[in-house]
Design a protein around this ligand. Sequence first.
Ligand code: PMP
Length: 426
Amino acid sequence: DKFDLHEQYLNNQMVRVLKTIGYDRHYQSARGQYLYDQNGVEYLDLLSGFGVFAIGRNHPTVVAALTETLNLELPNLVQLDVSLLSGLLAKELLKTTPDNLTKMFFCNSGTEAVEAAIKFARYTTKREKILYCEHAYHGLTMGALSLNGEHVFREGFGPLLPSCSAVPFNDLAVLENALSTRDIAAFIVEPIQGKGVNLPSDDYLPEVQRLCKQYGTLFVADEVQTGLGRTGKFWAVEHWNVQPDMICMAKALSGGFVPVGGVAMTDKIMDTVYNRMDRAVVHGSTFSKNNMAMAAGLATLHVLREEKLVENSATLGNQIIAELNALAPQYEFLKEARGKGMMIAIEFHAPKSLTLKAAWTMLETANKGLFCQMITIPLFKEHHILTQVAGHGMNVVKLLPPLNLTDKDRQHIVTSFDKTIADTHK
Ligand code: PMP
């Protein structure tokens, strides 16, 4: 393993990430929360394609729905026609979203959902400026990248969209100051920031909603990662009982089979943007509302409901967080486990004791995130658990498991973390 660490020190970031998740293995099959390699060895996947496989991989219900849809030979992508399946999926989704959201727009990814939200907000408010949060992630195309709160992603690609600026996450005073100019089209925010699983304080999103309303700014919740049960509620905004003007969604929506994205919005936004007599095409793209994505979406919503996966995300996820957090007092390196439902971060920090602190500083100077890799690599190699190093300071191990984890998986996760951290502590 010394060799591994040496290699990682030399290699670039992407190779390190690939190595962490086992690029030297060939995964040959996958089912639910498990992957199987060429020797039939089972791996517990706590990344689930960065949150795509909320219902687990290759779910038979979605496979059946997709097969049936193909066999039906439905008309697909008849431009300017409203497809049956997109109508049904819109209807099902809008039953889950806050009551003020009554219209759906479909696209092909989370990034596209964000791009659409920017255009809709500018057109509806006739304002230019967009506010986003430091450390936010909304995608990497030019519009979404302009709302990316990490310098590392933006560097070298400028000039980006004008009139976009960042405010600190969870800081209401700075937000109010920015909004008070009354010329901001939208404030876009992840209810829980994906980068390091940063949770807002309980008054944050309710106040965001109030302030946005007060200053005529649209409140856009980017639930691409937090949506569809990930945090133990169907939508993360439900934790704070807020009603954004738009919700961006994607990732888990089609069960991992077909690219899909969407924006749920108010009547007013849809009507302002689309009820235009002067042009036929306002915003859209060729493959949006394609039958396979819509059928997969309908089947995925069915599975989430039937298998009570949102409930499982809440109970089992919160139990995992509590049990991992309970390990913190034993280990100087372990700061805390936090999150909601099955969106979980385990944060590490430099310990107070001088020798351990020196070791930490050495590792982190050599390579940011190296300490966390000393956790993720043995977790993978010895316990066959896939996790990810994440966070602004690369100081968290992040878990976005399939929501169908079992109690046995929970025990395996907690004991494996305990053992791995204990070994690192020696
Ligand atoms: N918004 C958020 C909050 C995300 O987490 C992501 C993906 N990590 C995106 C947008 C971009 O989505 P996609 O990769 O589907 O384009």
